[in-house]
Design a protein around this ligand. Structure first.
Ligand code: B12
Length: 301
């Protein structure tokens, strides 16, 4: 097992302000296939369970996975209608840049080693990689929770044929706290089950026509992209550290108004906001959500 490579990795990550780094050795724990088959299909993720358990398909010879948390907590912003994770530049791009830099630096010491970066869009279950790499525990809000950063982080990973020593899963838990379950707009949180189809985060991104019940879920809280309710009241997030990553404090867009959006053509919208994750479903979905919230306001006497 390559302990030296692990120390080098941690050193490199630290130079990039990254201190939540773990490693896991393949194969995955059998808990993962059990979780995936009992949970059923989720929006925006592949249905094929085999694909979700197969790092070999992405990098033949994968022996270990390096997992890195990218914290995104930021000081409070007075006017906001975009979920916290999407207010700075699209995390897919930002994380990819960090992962590529780390790979280039590792390659200097390990030139014959293979590395393959993934962020969100691979079939693998990112939270589980981070769990198995000792970076957090599964909260009742079904997010992964890290002792220092709470659940306010995104996850980037690197598959490699290096044989890195494995970190152990954390044994922390939410205890008796059920704050997230009580405030969830779509009532989708149950102790061991998550219903993604009534999650406000999903509904704000859903392109198909919404039912009346779905519209009501969106109208419950002010966000027009994503949802933070199950994270906002979590004690781990209340005391979480702010993000050490410079990109998180740059070029933030916490709020989009109806006027801003209607003044832009679809093309101009995509051009102006192409670097933000909230743009991926297009302008009309964001406008639909703003209009739903306005309609609700008018209904209140
Ligand atoms: C599809 C998807 C969604 C869907 C469905 C979410 C869901 N909970 O499944 C929607 C659109 C609703 C969504 C919303 C959000 N998402 Co999302 N999403 C994904 C995606 C692409 C796949 C998730 C998936 O496979 N779900 C299926 C279930 C089976 O998998 P899972 O969530 O990993 O669940 C695990 C738990 O059920 C676990 N488990 C549960 N209990 C226990 C207990 C034990 C002991 C163990 C071992 C395991 C365990 O086993 C499962 C297998 O890993 C991932 C990226 C990826 N490729 O993994 C991001 C991802 C999960 N999302 C992320 C984020 C940031 C969010 C939001 C916070 C965004 C927002 N503010 O609106 C919300 C959070 C909603 C919530 N409470 O989960 C982050 C999670 C960060 C974190 N700290 O956990 C990820 C990892 C993206 C990334 N790379 O950073 N998302």
């Amino acid at each position: 097992m390559d302990h030296e490579a692990k120390s080098r990795l941690l050193q490199i990550a630290a130079t990039h302000h990254l201190d939540a780094v773990g490693t896991m050795r393949c194969p995955f724990s059998p808990i993962l296939s059990k979780q995936l088959s009992t949970n059923g299909p989720v929006p925006f993720a592949p249905e094929n369970i085999k694909e979700r358990l197969d790092p070999e398909a992405l990098l033949p010879g994968t022996r270990s996975i390096i997992v890195i948390l990218f914290p995104y907590k930021y000081k409070e912003e007075k006017q906001a209608n975009i979920a916290l994770y999407a207010r700075s530049k699209d995390y897919h791009r930002v994380l990819r840049k960090y992962l590529d830099a780390i790979i280039s630096e590792m390659k200097i010491s390990y030139p014959d080693t293979k590395f393959h970066p993934i962020v969100d869009t691979s079939p693998l279950a990112d939270r589980f990689l981070a769990y198995q790499a000792g970076l957090g525990f599964f909260g009742k809000n079904h997010c992964l929770i890290h002792p220092k950063y709470g659940s306010y982080f995104t996850i980037g990973s690197i598959l490699t044929d290096l044989s890195l020593p494995s970190d152990s899963p954390l044994t922390l838990s939410c205890g008796d706290c059920t704050r997230c379950m009580d405030v969830c707009p779509g009532r989708c949180l149950k102790e061991n089950k998550f219903n993604p189809w009534t999650c406000k985060s999903y509904l704000t991104q859903k392109k198909e026509p919404l039912t009346e019940a779905e519209e009501k879920i969106i109208q419950k809280t002010p966000l027009i992209f994503g949802c933070d309710e199950c994270q906002k009241y979590c004690p781990f997030n209340e005391r979480a550290s702010l993000s050490p990553i410079p990109e998180i404090s740059e070029a933030r867009i916490p709020y989009l108004s109806k006027e801003q959006l209607t003044s832009l053509s679809n093309r101009k919208f995509l051009k102006d906001y192409k670097e933000y994750a909230f743009a991926w479903r297009g302008k009309s979905i964001l406008l639909r959500n703003i209009e739903l919230l306005e309609k609700k306001k008018k209904e209140i006497p």
